[in-house]
Design a protein around this ligand. Structure first.
Ligand code: SF4
Length: 245
């Protein structure tokens, strides 16, 4: 097993490789098209317009996997969940749970530090209509696989939304296939736990499908699982019935 320093270097190498990736022609075209035509509210800003790498604590016990960067959020700022409403929800919750140094995330140089947490996504480029094609998810999956392999201290993987849940489940060959539901938990190889959460999209937060209390419960549970001994049962049945996204 590589040393902590070597693991950190390898993780940075994956992040740099991601940032330079052009494997998916449709997504390359879309991310650059969006970057060339900023929203009026971001006029004058230079968009990142490239794949967005994961970021956080290399020794994290908590990994968070989202769907993909938002066109005018992370595709603009260059950091996962930074600069949009979903990020406001996510970093607010991480701050309240002690995983983030501040509740806001506005730019790559805003001083935010994640402690014991690492954020990445199933797909690293902003997709049209937030919907990656299956082939794009498959093309990006090796990056997620390498990140999760290098994050050897991770005990809990929180998946934000059904797409991320399916991506991680497929990647880690979880059987039987998990049923997505808020706070549903499944045992993973190597004593890890998959913990499902509704995505903090505006579609969910504006409609009350996901409330702040419900979202805080995810990271409170992640904290418990991260501190606990590895799970041993095949499946830990908890949580609400499948709904939301
Ligand atoms: Fe590369 Fe992933 Fe972006 Fe496709 S989605 S171009 S594999 S970084």
């Amino acid at each position: 097993m590589p040393s902590n320093r070597a693991r950190t270097d390898l993780l940075h190498a994956v992040q740099e490789e991601v940032a330079g990736c052009r494997l998916c022609p449709r997504l390359v075209a879309w991310r650059e098209q969006v970057a060339a035509a900023p929203r009026a509210s971001f006029a004058g800003q230079v968009y990142w317009g490239r794949p967005v790498p994961g970021f956080g604590d290399p020794k994290a016990r908590l990994a968070i996997v989202g769907l993909a960067p938002a066109a005018h959020g992370a595709n603009r700022t260059g950091r996962m969940f930074t600069g949009d409403r979903s990020g406001d929800w996510l970093f607010g919750a991480l701050y309240r749970a002690g995983y983030a140094s501040q509740p806001t995330s506005t730019a790559r140089d805003d001083g935010l530090v994640l402690r014991d947490a690492y954020i990445t996504a199933a797909v690293h480029c902003a997709p049209p209509a937030n919907k990656p094609e299956p082939s794009e998810r498959a093309a990006c999956a090796p990056y997620l696989a390498r990140e999760l392999a290098l994050l050897t201290d991770v005990r809990v993987i929180v998946v934000l939304g059904q797409f991320a849940c399916q991506s991680v489940s497929a990647l880690l060959e979880v059987r039987p296939r998990p049923k997505f539901g808020h706070l549903a938990e499944y045992a993973l190889p190597a004593g890890r736990t998959l913990l499902c959460s509704y995505h903090p999209s505006q579609q969910n937060t504006f409609t009350g499908v996901l409330t702040q209390t419900m979202f805080d419960a995810v990271f409170s549970r992640a904290r418990q699982l991260g501190a606990a001994e590895p799970a041993t049962s095949a499946t830990v049945a908890r949580g609400a019935a499948p709904q939301g996204n």
